[in-house]
Design a protein around this ligand. Structure first.
Ligand code: GLN
Length: 238
């Protein structure tokens, strides 16, 4: 099988609270299975070239989002086209917000999003910070670290990634956290997210591999350390 191409959007501008660890997790979990991957960082002014198999974008402060929002619109059609064809996408926090219809910053500036996710986000006067524990029927309990003032409203029957068990999530009062739409996931969970949530990492890898070889079977990895970490954070989070 050819190498899996990982597109990383704005690693120089949108990458906080360990978000790069998501890239490392994808690379390692493929390497441990003998699957080759190539890494494609793209930032402001860079063209997207050809076909990617996984698309990732991390979070950032309002300032970082202001810097990338216009350029992201130029890449919108290609991102939408990839999503339509089932390319797995992971967007963390500030990216999650910009993959919606718009994000109103703490200074009241309305940043246009690419509208991949049916949601809108408005900065609030509360910073939602701390460990998040979120329950999803397929992925089980997931953990991450949130730090955002943005409150995200899911529109038109969009599906939350999961139910908030501990922490804030999409809003300060919300029941739901993040979004899942086809093979695209948006979440407020930094930390890095994927190292502690191997089921989500393998979901993204499997979708990417199956685009090339539909019958490829991902062999199981020993996730005892990952799951121990996951459980210890759940236990720690009051
Ligand atoms: N600047 C956005 C907010 O505060 C996103 C923050 C982030 O990516 N951690 O809501």
């Amino acid at each position: 099988m050819r190498a899996i191409k990982i597109l990383h959007l704005y690693p120089d501008r949108m990458n906080i609270y360990g978000d790069f660890g998501n890239i490392i997790t994808l690379q390692k979990r493929m390497e441990w299975r003998g699957i080759k991957s190539t890494y494609h960082p793209v930032s402001i002014g860079d063209d997207l070239k050809g076909e990617y198999d996984i698309i990732f974008m991390g979070g950032g402060q309002d300032r970082g989002q202001q810097l990338v929002a216009k350029d992201l619109l130029l890449k919108s059609d290609i991102i939408h086209d990839h999503a339509r064809r089932g390319t797995p996408i992971l967007a963390i926090c500030g990216a999650y917000q910009l993959f919606g219809k718009y994000f109103v910053t703490s200074e009241g500036e309305k940043l246009p999003g690419i509208g991949l996710f049916d949601l809108v986000t408005r900065a609030s006067d509360q910073r939602m910070i701390g460990n998040l524990v979120v329950q999803n029927d397929v992925f089980g309990e997931m953990v991450g670290f949130e730090n955002h003032s943005g409150e995200t409203e899911l529109l038109d029957g969009s599906l939350a990634l999961g139910k908030v068990l501990k922490g804030f999530g999409n809003t300060s009062q919300s029941i739901g956290e993040g979004i899942i739409q086809g093979n695209s996931i948006g979440t407020y969970m930094h930390g890095s997210f994927l190292p502690k949530n191997p089921k989500v990492a393998d979901f993204l890898i499997e979708k990417a591999v199956h685009k090339i070889e539909p019958n490829f079977v991902l062999k199981n990895l020993d996730d005892s350390l990952e799951n121990k970490t996951l459980q210890s954070i759940i236990n720690l989070t009051n």
